[in-house]
Design a binder for this molecule. Structure first.
Ligand SMILES: [Zn+2]
Length: 348
């Protein structure tokens, strides 16, 4: 009768071991390895259909998931569209150039930089321009900051979830389908929702009377730019050896997921001042940072990502990122120290 593979392997190794005692244990080990590989291989061969269907499911999932698709498609050559992952990333010269200069340095240092100097909006403005109130007024001589709106009594104010000012946008709540708004020009190419400009200018005027010269760094941001920034950051993390999923997770901690940024609907602005240009946590301790935290609500703006609320917002503390929600809501948020998510839970 013909010997099975297993029997042949065992007899072969037994013979060798019998001839040479010193080889007894190495033979035993080698034999286990050979048999192990044999059985694993056989398992796959006899279960071909099962593994093929698992592979098919994974393939289907990846090709239907919009985010992994680009990476996947490019690696496999599945599509040769312009909009592949690297095409999108290569688009952002500024971002990549800035990233490359950061290549050197230990991981620890990189982490430190990430937390304290690199921020969501660092590379946003195409020409790197920031505007002060003077620049804005200079370009809009006939624009009259309307100042405070009529006082409303906050006590009997009814909030409605359909109010455009209160639209909730975060990782769990992307921009609603069909959300529509009109852009207005602040100055140059800087735009935001037209309806908030007068309050914005009133706030800048008021700050100036208190000796604080605010500077707008980043207002409305179109989808494509958000996506470019996001992808570039993922690529950076992957370059540091993180897996795609891990890189995605880390990226979403510092940059809002495309489709989930308030900048995309023109309701958020990044604001610094003429004496402190960095978008980092230190801004919160400047006179301007403190002024904004205290008074922005009087003009309808709220500090959207406060310190200590990271576990709710999923975004690191950003003392420069202000979101328009209207005076009534903003005042409640400041007085009760709650963020927009908490406001929704309580009032809507
Ligand atoms: Zn921002």
């Amino acid at each position: 009768m013909r010997k099975t593979f297993r029997e042949r392997v065992i007899s072969k190794f037994t013979n060798i071991a019998k001839k040479n005692r010193f080889l007894k244990y190495p033979c035993l080990a080698l034999m286990s390895v050979v048999l192990g590989i044999y059985y694993i291989g056989r398992h796959f061969v006899t279960n071909t259909k099962r593994y093929a269907s698992v592979a098919f499911v994974i393939f289907f999932f990846m090709s239907s998931c919009s985010f992994s698709f680009a990476v996947f498609a490019e690696k496999t050559g599945f599509i040769k569209a312009q909009e592949t992952y690297s095409a999108v990333v290569a688009d952002s010269d500024v971002t990549l150039a800035a990233m490359e200069t950061k290549d050197a340095g230990s991981e620890e240092k990189e982490e430190e930089e990430d937390r304290f100097t690199y921020t969501e909006e660092e590379y946003i403005d195409s020409d790197g321009t920031a505007y002060t109130l003077d620049d804005i007024l200079e370009n809009q001589e006939d624009f009259q900051a309307q100042g405070s709106q009529a006082e409303t009594s906050e006590e009997d104010y009814e909030f409605e979830s359909s109010d455009w000012r209160l639209v909730l946008i975060n990782k769990q709540h992307p921009i609603p389908d069909g959300y529509d708004f009109e852009l207005g020009t602040i100055v140059g190419s800087m735009m935001c929702d037209k309806r908030i400009i007068s309050d914005l200018l009133a706030m800048m005027q008021a700050a100036r009377s208190d000796g604080v010269n605010l500077v707008i760094k980043s207002p409305y941001r179109p989808d494509s730019r958000q996506e470019t920034n996001f992808n570039a950051r993922i690529k950076k993390y992957m370059g540091q050896g993180y897996s795609y999923m891990e890189a995605y997770k880390r990226t979403s901690q510092v940059i809002t997921v495309p489709g989930a940024s308030e900048h995309q609907v023109g309701l958020a602005l990044d604001i610094t001042c003429d004496t402190y240009d960095e978008l980092n946590e230190g801004f919160g301790d400047t006179k301007a940072g403190e002024w904004l935290a205290e008074h922005s609500c009087e003009y309808g703006f709220t500090l959207r990502y406060p310190e200590g609320k990271e576990y709710i917002t999923s975004i690191d503390y950003e003392p420069w990122h202000f979101r328009y929600v209207g005076r009534e809501a903003a005042t409640i948020m400041r007085d009760e120290s709650i963020c927009l998510e908490e406001f929704w839970d309580k009032y809507l």
